[in-house]
Ligand binder design. Structure first.
Ligand code: TYM
Length: 324
C-alpha cells in the first residue's frame, strides 16, 4: 500500500496557500493508500518562541486539518513531537548529510540574507524533515512548490544512507499540483505568513473581506477592460471558485465597466461561501478540544507503530544497538 505523508508547521494561522498547496491534495489522497499527516511542532520551534502560542497553533492546525476534511478513520493525524524517535533518525541521517547540501538550501540562504540570527535548528531543518518522511517509509509527499528543494534534499539523504548501509529507505516522490503550486498572497508574492500577505481559512467574514479588499491591483480605469493574465484576483478566483465562477469573473474583467472594488467584493463572496462549511466544522472542533486531542493521541499511537520497524532497521544497519 502506498504511503502518503505531509506536515504543516504550526507557526501561525492556516491560509489559502496551505489549503490548496498541501491540505486539499493530501485530503484527496486519504482514500488511496495510508495517509500520514502531522503537525510539525518541532519545526515550528525555529520561529515560534512563546510556548503557549506554539500549543495554540498546534491545536489550531489539527482542528483546521480536521475541519477541512481530514478523516481520522482513514488518515493518521498526529503531533510530530509525539513521536520523538524522529530525532534519533535525524541523527542517523545527519552523519550522511554533507554540509554543502544544507548550505545550498534556499530557506536557509533566505534567512541568512534577511540577516536572521542563525541557529543550528534552522540549519538542520531539512535533516529533521528528511527524518519525518523516511521514518514512515513515505512513497509520496503532497506539498506546495516552496517545499520542492526540501524534498530533493530528503531524497539525496535517503540515497546516501542507502549507498552506505544498504537499502533501508524508500526514496520519496514530491507530489506538487501544478495549478496551485504557488498560491499568490494579497501582494502577488507567494502567500506566506512571513510576508503578512495571507488570506486565512478561519478568518471572520469581515476580516476576510478586508484582506481581499487589500489585494494589490493596477490602475486600469473602471470603464476599461482589465488584464486577466498576471492578475492576482483572477488567479485567486481560479483557485477558490468553480470553473463557471472563474469564467463569469474573467468575462466581467475583459468586458470593462466594472471596477476592481466590485471584482474584489465578488472574490470575497466566493471565498466566504467556499470557506463557510470548513469554518462551521472548525468552530465545532474548537468547542470540543478533547475530541481533537483524542484523535491526535490515537494518531500518535499508530504513527509510532509505523515508525518502530523502520527505526529498528536503520539502527541495525548502522551498528547502533546490540543487533539481536
Ligand atoms: P509550511 O508549514 O510552511 O506549509 C505547509 C504546506 O503548505 C504549502 N504552502 C503553499 N502551497 C502553495 N502556495 C502557497 N502560497 C503555500 N504556502 C504554503 C507548503 O508547501 C507546505 O506543503 N517544512 C514544511 C513542513 C514539514 C513537512 C515535513 C512537509 C515538516 N516536515 C515533511 C512535508 C513532509 C513547511 O514548513 O511547510
Amino acid at each position: 500500500m502506498k504511503i502518503f505523508l505531509s506536515g504543516i508547521q504550526p507557526s501561525g494561522a492556516l491560509h489559502l496557500g496551505n489549503y490548496f498547496g498541501a491540505m486539499q491534495p493530501a485530503i484527496e489522497l486519504q482514500g488511496q493508500g495510508q495517509a500520514v499527516y502531522f503537525i510539525a511542532d518541532y519545526h515550528a520551534l525555529t520561529s515560534v518562541t512563546k510556548p503557549e502560542l506554539l500549543r495554540k497553533y498546534t491545536f489550531d492546525v489539527a482542528a483546521g486539518f480536521l475541519a477541512c476534511g481530514l478523516d481520522p478513520a482513514r488518515a493518521i493525524l498526529f503531533r510530530q513531537s509525539d513521536v520523538p524517535q524522529v530525532h534519533e533518525l535525524a541523527w542517523l541521517l545527519s552523519v550522511v548529510t554533507p554540509l554543502g547540501l544544507l548550505e545550498r538550501a534556499h530557506s536557509y540562504k533566505d534567512k541568512v540574507a534577511q540577516g536572521a540570527e542563525m541557529n543550528h535548528g534552522l540549519f538542520a531543518y531539512p535533516v529533521l524533515m528528511a527524518a519525518d518522511i523516511l521514518l514512515y517509509h513515505a512513497d509520496a509527499v503532497p506539498v506546495g512548490k516552496d517545499q520542492k528543494q526540501h524534498l530533493e534534499i530528503a531524497r539525496d539523504i535517503a540515497q546516501k544512507f542507502n549507498d552506505r548501509y544498504g537499502e533501508v529507505f524508500r526514496i520519496p516522490e514530491p507530489l506538487i499540483r501544478e495549478t496551485t503550486a504557488i498560491v499568490p498572497g494579497t501582494d502577488g508574492r507567494k502567500m506566506s505568513k512571513s510576508y503578512n500577505n495571507t488570506i486565512e481559512l478561519f478568518a471572520e467574514p469581515k476580516a476576510l473581506e478586508k484582506r481581499i479588499m487589500s489585494i494589490s491591483t493596477d490602475s486600469t480605469p473602471v470603464a476599461d477592460p482589465k488584464p486577466v493574465d498576471g492578475s492576482i484576483l483572477a488567479q485567486l478566483m481560479q483557485t477558490v471558485g468553480t470553473a463557471a465562477q472563474y469564467e463569469t469573473f474573467t468575462a466581467r474583467m475583459r468586458a470593462g465597466g466594472c471596477g476592481y472594488g466590485d471584482l474584489k467584493k465578488e472574490l470575497a463572496a466566493v471565498t466566504r461561501d467556499f470557506l463557510a462549511p470548513f469554518q462551521e466544522k472548525y468552530r465545532r472542533y474548537q468547542a470540543e478540544p478533547a475530541e481533537v486531542e483524542a484523535i491526535l493521541d490515537e494518531g500518535a499511537r499508530r504513527a509510532r507503530e509505523l515508525a518502530r520497524p523502520v527505526l529498528e532497521r536503520a539502527r541495525g544497519a548502522t551498528g547502533i544497538g546490540h543487533g539481536r
